[in-house]
Design a protein around this ligand. Structure first.
Ligand SMILES: C[S@@+](CC[C@H](N)C(=O)[O-])C[C@H]1O[C@@H](n2cnc3c(N)ncnc32)[C@H](O)[C@@H]1O
Length: 343
């Protein structure tokens, strides 16, 4: 029988502090967003500055800005010195706009009202099992993005920044063949495909996407000239044939099982007998330990009807679509590579 053990008197104070601190956890992303929107990480590159100096430059209220900066310094984003000047920290550096490791656009996306307002209705999602996004914005996310260019820009830039950060580690984690064709299904603007083709001069690539995304593709790079093409289409019904490697990077986690089955069926249909499929997504481990996949999973639930999956959940999707997992390859980042072939 499971025993319910009430907390010991000496445990209660810490438990209360934890729960109340966590209850205000939303203040951190709110404050972080202010710092990014005001461009403070870029401004501090010229040297430490006080809240008054920064407020003057950006046209903000100095006492309010000071309180936000003091709070952010408790999380290691900026550091206040004894003279009251704020310094950049490693966390602030990655929010600069001018560095190759910038996640500024990703932070702006993850704190955007598309995520923020949907998260505010998490209870509704938990009660009825549906994302609140569609009700708030009037359409599922990708339809909304197709209709609202400003939000599409926020989304595509945020995803592209994230992709830049992780794509080198992913590309290095997998032994790509020397020759053949890589089909990146739902490959976004093509940053990952460009990285793979750059590192493997014998490979060719196909970027398979929606027209609106292909319009802003990033494949015009002399290093891969003549080795790529774009293909427009709907991955729920079809995918380009003739590939040797098919990639679904950060795609399946956007969708519920029913939609994933449609994507996987379309890809399997397109795959020649010998082809391999690489599903690049977080693989959620069992147990209570923190894992980025468990965090992103809640975002997937609120903004898409998506989810981060466990290995058995990937296996079930693959088995239902005539595919079989051959191995799971870790990468240095938050995602793993689930390799599959035709069953
Ligand atoms: C989360 S993004 C991932 C992009 C890229 N693979 C990456 O890892 O950065 C999902 C992509 O799926 C694309 N997508 C959504 N619905 C699609 C559809 N029906 N057919 C083809 N691509 C689609 C979107 O345009 C978007 O670029």
């Amino acid at each position: 029988m499971n025993e319910v053990r009430p907390p010991q008197p000496e445990e209660i104070g810490a438990a209360v502090r934890q729960v109340l601190g966590d209850s205000l956890g939303y203040l951190y992303p709110a404050a972080l967003r202010v710092a990014v929107r005001l461009g403070l990480p870029d401004l501090l590159l010229s040297g430490p500055q006080s809240a008054e100096q920064l407020a003057k430059t950006v046209g903000a209220d100095a006492p309010s800005l000071y309180r936000v900066l003091r709070f952010l310094a408790t999380r290691g984003l900026f550091r206040e010195d004894e003279a009251g000047a704020f310094h950049l920290t490693p966390a602030a550096h990655v929010l600069r706009s001018d560095v190759p490791y910038s996640v500024r656009s990703t932070a702006l996306l993850l704190t955007d009202r598309m995520y923020w307002e949907s998260t505010g209705r998490l209870e509704q999602t938990v009660r009825d099992g549906r994302t609140a996004f569609d009700g708030i914005f009037g359409a599922p996310l990708f339809d909304h993005l197709a209709a609202v260019p400003e939000d599409a820009e926020t989304f595509n830039r945020g995803i592209a920044d994230l992709s830049v950060i992780e794509q080198g580690g992913i590309a290095d984690s997998y032994a790509f063949p020397a020759e053949g064709t890589v089909v990146d299904v739902g490959g976004g603007p093509g940053g990952f495909l460009r990285t793979v083709l750059t590192r493997h001069p014998g490979l060719r690539g196909v970027l398979y996407e929606q027209a609106s995304v292909l319009a802003g593709h990033e494949l015009d790079d002399p290093a891969i000239e003549g080795r790529w093409e774009t293909a427009e289409g709907d991955f729920f019904s079809t995918a380009p044939g003739g590939g040797d490697l098919y990639v679904l990077k950060r795609v399946l986690h956007d969708w519920d099982d029913e939609h994933c089955l449609r994507i996987l069926r379309a890809v399997r249909e397109a795959m020649p007998e010998h082809a391999r499929l690489l599903i690049v997504d977080a693989v959620v481990p069992a147990g209570n330990d923190p894992h980025p996949g468990k965090l992103y999973d809640i975002a997937m639930m609120t903004i898409f009807d998506g989810k981060e999956r466990t290995e058995p959940e990937f296996d079930a999707l693959l088995a239902a679509t005539g595919l079989r997992r051959t191995r799971t390859v870790p990468t240095p980042g938050t995602v793993s590579i689930v390799e599959a072939v035709r069953a």
